[in-house]
Design a protein around this ligand. Structure first.
Ligand code: 3PG
Length: 237
């Protein structure tokens, strides 16, 4: 350690850079990055999980974030993960370590939380499951980064300045990737996906509660298809 490091307590550790960190090596996040847009799901009946997954896959979106906002979330994740093993199914609105544990036991391949909680992040890291805590301030991003993460959720994206804020954050945090969620729509999807620091986006508009409740699977497939086309037009895949 050099003298300056001792005096000013400057760490000689390399700052985190793109690649080589916890998330970058993760296959599921790579898959989600390829899909580009992940439907945020609120499901009231686990019996709807299978046709819902099928309709998303048919529309070219083999991914879903099933939120812990209903009591059947874990059961729905379990059904999707069992019946569609190639689908990237994760859990959202995970607020506690107990919920993270339940989601992982059900087969969730990734964990999403609206906010940052060190215990939840640490637990997911210890289980080897990618975790995306909601971070909208530099302080939260640094906290996530210091637990080894290189990708965070940016929520609620539109209320916290959307594309403009993500661009501003990516200046000091050039090695970080963001997953904007909250207010994402067909209209602004392309704007978010155009940012190289956006790994993918999340949104409930592809499979809304009303579509799921009325079993309007054709509408889900149509919405998924349209979003998959937008992803392709921007990212060329
Ligand atoms: C989330 O949990 O990520 C959001 O509730 C999804 O936001 P949206 O309903 O605005 O898409």
């Amino acid at each position: 350690m050099c003298v300056l490091s001792i005096i000013f307590n400057i760490s000689e550790r390399e700052p985190p850079r793109a690649g080589g960190r916890y998330h970058r090596m993760n296959k599921t996040l790579e898959t989600l990055g390829g899909v580009g847009v992940v439907p945020v799901i609120k499901i009231e009946d686990a019996g709807d999980a299978s046709p819902l997954a099928e309709s998303l896959i048919a529309g070219g979106i083999p991914a879903a974030e099933v939120t812990f906002r209903t009591s059947c979330a874990a059961e729905a994740i379990e059904a999707m993960a069992r019946e569609f093993p190639d689908m990237a199914v994760g859990a959202g609105t995970v607020l506690t370590v107990a919920q993270a544990d339940e989601a992982i036991a059900a087969g969730a391949k990734f964990i999403v939380s609206p906010g940052f909680d060190a215990a939840v992040v640490r637990y997911c890291v210890s289980r080897g499951v990618p975790v995306l805590p909601g971070c909208v301030t530099p302080t939260e991003i640094i906290a996530a980064m210091n637990l080894g993460l290189d990708t965070v959720k940016f929520f609620p994206a539109s209320d916290f300045g959307g594309v403009r804020t993500i661009k501003a954050l990516s200046a000091p945090f050039g090695h970080m990737k963001f997953v904007p969620t909250g207010g994402v729509s067909e209209e602004n999807l392309a704007d978010y996906l155009s940012l190289s620091c956006v790994l993918f986006v999340g949104g409930s508009y592809i499979a809304t509660g009303a579509m799921i409740k009325s079993h309007d699977w054709d509408a889900v497939t149509a919405k998924a298809k349209k979003s998959a086309e937008i992803v392709k037009s921007i990212r060329g895949r």
